[in-house]
Design a binder for this molecule. Sequence first.
Ligand code: ZN
Length: 351
Amino acid sequence: MLLIDAHLDLAWNAVNWNRDLRRPVSEIRLAEAGMNEKGRQAGTVAFPEMRRGEVAVALATVLARSNPRGQTILDFRNQEIAYASAQGQLAYYRVLESLGTIRLLRDAAAMDACLAGWGADPAAAPFGFILSMEGADPIVWPGQAREWWDAGLRVVGLAHYGPGAYAHGTASEGGLTAQGRELLALMHELGMVLDVTHLADESFFEALDRFPGPVLASHNMCRAITPGVRQFSDEQIRLLIERDAVIGAAFDAWMVVPGWERGADVNPPCFLRHAVDHIDHICQLAGSARHCAIGSDLDGGFGAEQTPRDLDTIADLQNLAPILRERGYSPEDIEGIFHGNWRRFFRRALA
Ligand SMILES: [Zn+2]
């Protein structure tokens, strides 16, 4: 079944992790022999597996933080450098487009054409990427959003981890900055979609109040099941449902099951069915399956050591279908979760 994945950091993996995504996952793992940093030798995402998993369309990110005190490969001393890093990631998508591997989807018609191509020839149709930005620091000043829009950027999350130039992200506390308010207004004028994933609670509520345009949560789970600020409370989920948002389920184990700790020797069991618990929780709050979908985050800085045990590569997302069926979901609902809900959302948001 065709799948739309609302969160993959493909270019960051290619450019910052130096991964050749044309090679199968098994080869990328072998090529990292001797590299013992977290996530190395354990990648789960590459184009052959995306094709096998029928991931026809993805929200493909550019990802770079401005954080002068940061020590990770994500953190840059200022926004200009974060911009340059993100532009490098965009260059990767551009050359893939020139080579015919992908299409950057700028509007709903392009998405529909891409999905039709997969219907006709799933072995060779180009992947469709909707360009998104995880944390808006690479927009150096609000007015620069226009340049990014012209380059194809359609979905923007205001912050990632910690305080950013525009808002407070995960593990920090506070609302939007003055620049963040300005950026939101301009995003709306341009027709951009707001991704509320990673916003600190206060920033989340303020952004929803201020932004009248289409809103999604690309990769987010439920606080009622897995406590912690990275997940949404039921109040937040209800607000998103009221806004007709769609929420993508992520497959990073510490967001899926309570008590799972990154790097711990022993962790509670985590399987795909545990991620389905979150999907089901949102469906129960909504009274329908219209607001749930997938935003796997599978290449977000971790590997198979941190995914559900029955997920070795992104192709295994297809195994969600029988689990949903067993839980009583209809074929129409499962199709909605796999691709129909994102398709409906973007048909309107990118009309
Ligand atoms: Zn993320």
